[in-house]
Design a binder for this molecule. Structure first.
Ligand code: NAD
Length: 476
């Protein structure tokens, strides 16, 4: 672990499994309560200098990007071993982490002058919050960590970060590599189980919790933040619909939807998780999706031929098995796939499910794995209503040849990102967050940066008068 810029050895460790084998291949440090206190202490101490040197912050973020770009050969294999994703995708994660640092290093800090007259100069500026507690999931351990680290640090905050117990190693190693280019205490990385996350959210020092994970845990985080009114950003689960319109080319839509559904083996918060298809196109779309799913090479992420790896962990593997079995028992058909692969590790056949509808668990719940339900519809309004009839609201997509019409339908979706003829198009400047139970707040872009700040109005009187309700600029 990295605490106060130094190595922090622990008394206890826990095993980390390689999902391609199911075997423990490494031991990760188990942070004690005293060490967590020390991490928050060092973040609080570092905050004083860090918040007042914007130039240093920007330079540091650029140096962090350089370290990341130079270290993917070191970090990416660790990520593949603990997460399961193919090595090429692990390299992309490290690259994305660097790009996020570069983007925020160059993003202007917002400030507005709202009054400048004989009475007063009034500026609205953004101030950092203080120490941020950041908690990440196991699907994109590095990318999602840097969605938090880069804006939080640019804004002048310091941080204690905890990766998922399923994937702690790449994040711990990254923090170790970054020690040389960061003032001690600015970024502390600890590891442990879910209890450590709860200790962090209940800790008196952090003023903000930036959390990415499941809805269930997100609600616990919100509860834990409430007693001392910590700010929260919650990036939670999704059950993204893709709605194909009747003027879409089925083969073309199926190809892109397959990519949007099976990226990272379906373990993406904003992956396509259910597809709505007009009756007339249903068979063609199902057949095209199945042809991609049956042909995609699945294997150990270290094998260059693998395009999809295993499911990350045993509980998630069991959950995908359970949801697919439930759908099949309810009368759905596995057009391809439908079962676990007969080999060690948590491998599951890429699965396309047909002949099912809303009310089936795999349609209503977040499967977060390589199994995609395809649902037919007769009436578009009804399909939109079904797409929205859920507590989820992360993202969604609409597919059609007439893009204006598709955009009109996309505008009906109750979600944080509405894509037209694509799914999973993301960038550092584009806000990302969920409606409804999929989250509170957003990450990325100036909107994501704002979430790591408080608004401060700085009022400089030019008259020395006392209370003054100004109508300057409002009443002519
Ligand atoms: P999870 O909620 O089980 O765990 C996420 C993190 O929270 C882990 O680090 C875990 O140790 C920690 N944690 C567990 N209990 C805690 C508690 N009581 N207090 C504080 N922290 C606690 O989620 P997961 O299984 O790791 O990730 C998968 C979920 O994350 C899916 O639902 C997925 O959709 C969601 N996700 C959302 C986004 C997004 O940006 N919206 C991105 C990726 C993943």
């Amino acid at each position: 672990m990295t605490i106060g810029g130094d190595d922090a050895p622990t008394e206890h460790t826990f095993g980390v499994r390689n999902p391609a084998t199911g075997e423990v291949f490494a031991e990760a440090p188990e942070c004690s309560r005293e060490q967590l206190d020390a991490a928050f202490d060092s973040a609080a101490k570092a905050y004083r200098g860090w918040k007042s040197d914007e130039d240093l912050r920007r330079q540091t973020l650029l140096k962090m990007a350089d370290v990341l770009l130079a270290s993917s050969g070191d970090i990416a294999p660790l990520l593949t071993s603990e997460q399961g994703k193919p090595l090429g995708d692990a390299n992309v994660e490290v690259f994305a982490a660097a790009i996020w640092c570069q983007y925020f290093a160059n993003l202007a800090s917002p400030s507005d002058v709202i009054q400048d007259d004989a009475d007063a100069l009034v500026e609205v500026v953004r101030r950092p919050l203080g120490v941020v507690a950041a908690i990440t999931p196991w699907n994109f351990p590095l990318t999602l960590a840097f969605w938090k680290i880069a804006p939080a640090l640019l804004a002048g905050n310091t941080m204690v970060l905890k990766p998922s117990p399923f994937t702690p190693l790449a994040t711990l190693r990254t923090a170790e590599l970054l020690r040389d280019v960061m003032p001690p205490g600015v970024l502390n990385v600890v590891s442990g189980g879910d209890d450590l996350g709860a200790w962090m959210t209940g800790h008196p020092v952090p003023r903000k919790i930036s959390f990415t994970g499941s809805i269930e845990t997100g609600k616990k985080v919100a509860q834990s933040a409430a007693p001392d009114l910590k700010r929260v950003t919650l990036e939670l689960g999704g059950n993204d619909p893709a709605i194909i319109l009747d003027d879409a080319d089925p083969a073309w839509a199926a190809k892109a939807i397959f990519a949007g559904a099976f990226n990272n083996n379906g373990q993406v918060c904003s992956a396509v998780k259910r597809v709505y298809v007009p009756e007339a196109l249903y068979d063609d779309v199902v057949e095209a999706l199945a042809s991609y799913a049956s042909a995609v090479p699945v294997g150990d992420g270290t094998d260059p031929a693998s395009k999809l790896g295993p499911i990350n962990n045993a509980p998630q593997y069991e959950r995908v098995k359970e949801l697919v079995a439930d759908a099949l028992a309810g009368g759905a058909t596995a057009v391809t796939g439908g079962k676990a692969m007969d080999r060690p590790g948590y491998f599951f056949e890429p699965t396309i499910l047909a002949g099912l509808t809303d009310g089936t668990r795999i349609v209503d719940e977040e499967q977060f794995g390589p199994a995609l339900p395809v649902i037919s519809y007769r009436n578009l309004d009804d399909a939109i209503e079904r797409a929205n009839a859920t507590h989820f609201g992360l993202s969604g997509s609409v597919w059609g040849t007439d893009t204006d019409r598709a955009a009109e339908v996309a505008a009906e979706l109750e979600c944080g990102t509405a894509w037209v003829n694509t799914h999973l198009a993301l960038s550092p400047q584009q806000p990302f967050g969920g409606f409804k139970w999929s989250g509170i707040g957003v990450e990325n872009g100036p909107w994501g940066l704002a979430e790591f700040t408080e608004v401060q109005a700085v009022y400089r009187s030019r008259t020395g008068d006392g209370m003054n309700i100004s109508t300057a600029g409002l009443v002519s």
